[in-house]
Design a protein around this ligand. Sequence first.
Ligand SMILES: C=CC1=C(C)c2cc3[nH]c(cc4nc(cc5[nH]c(cc1n2)c(C)c5CCC(=O)O)C(CCC(=O)O)=C4C)c(C)c3C=C
Ligand SMILES: [Fe+2]
Ligand SMILES: [Fe+2]
Length: 338
Amino acid sequence: MRVSDHPTIPAPQVGVLLVNLGTPDDASPAAVKRYLREFLSDRRVVEIPALLWQPILRGIILNTRPKKSAANYAKVWDHDAGDSPLRVITRAQAAALQPIVPGALVDWAMRYGSPSIPARLAALKEAGCTRILIAPLYPQYSAATTATVMDKVFATLNGWRWQPALRTLPPYHDDAAYIDALAASVEAGLATLDFEPEVVLASFHGMPARTLKLGDPYHCHCQKTARLLREKLGWPEGKLRLTFQSRFGRAEWLKPYTDPTLRALPGEGIRRVAVVAPGFAADCLETLEEIAIQGRESFEHAGGERFAYLPCLNASTRGVAMLRTLVARELEGWIAPA
Ligand SMILES: C=CC1=C(C)c2cc3[nH]c(cc4nc(cc5[nH]c(cc1n2)c(C)c5CCC(=O)O)C(CCC(=O)O)=C4C)c(C)c3C=C
Ligand SMILES: [Fe+2]
Ligand SMILES: [Fe+2]
């Protein structure tokens, strides 16, 4: 009998922590203000010296934006679940993953707001996990998303005497499992429409343009995802166009911008369009409100005739199977392959 087989020595407990961005606790301006204060105070997200930025954030932005954002959250809030779509879907992803990752405890957290990374790491530790895979659900790496999750994890462990062993899920922007799942989901989404779009936009969350010059791979990761998706679908170059959405502030962000593109398409003679958001693991304010509501309005006001928003992979069977492939690969050597 090997030591690891000895009945009195328990096998190491393995934990998996799915992490997404975060969302307010409710759709009230007060809750949105609390969430935005934490989110926009992260130096990985807004890379302006704190002495300059904090007065702008506290003096202007947190006095104006929460009311407007709260009204937008109210439009997409999941009233059945009584929660924000991002939290509902992330919870569902973890629940669906649990039975197909035997040997690991699957949990989930939000980088900003609740449930927090410190709270869920503590829960995994409490459950006896001595090995934890951190899985930020961002296919494309960016310092503003992936790196800040790791910062929070490491800062949490900084206070612990007995730390778990850690692994981290690498970006999966060009992973065949992800591209295949995306392509199948786009094909299935298009098959439900009663029209054929002339153009499909692949809309990714934007980043300040200067982050590209500073060496952030995000822009390149988005380009590669869009190219691989188009190739997998067997489409010609013009059929899938990459755009960047959710611009914030007055600085230049990565281009082309989604909303102006939607407004310009009818002028190019393109009247039927579908939008997919491959950078989002879960539908959220940025897809359900900014694209599916505001984007549609922009397109139709400019003369567009047919518009469809295709949902994210979310907790769909193929989305969860893709996550399982990614997670199981990283757990090799920690748990026996299923
Ligand atoms: C400087 C500001 C922002 C950067 C940089 C940024 C990068 C970034 N964000 C996501 C994913 C999401 N962002 C979401 C909401 C959101 N993003 C910003 C600003 C920046 N994002 C704000 C102010 C907000 C809040 C809403 C609003 O007031 O407009 C969300 C949705 C959250 C939800 O509750 O549904 C996601 C997801 C990525 C992937 C990214 C960089 C690659
Ligand atoms: Fe964002
Ligand atoms: Fe937005």
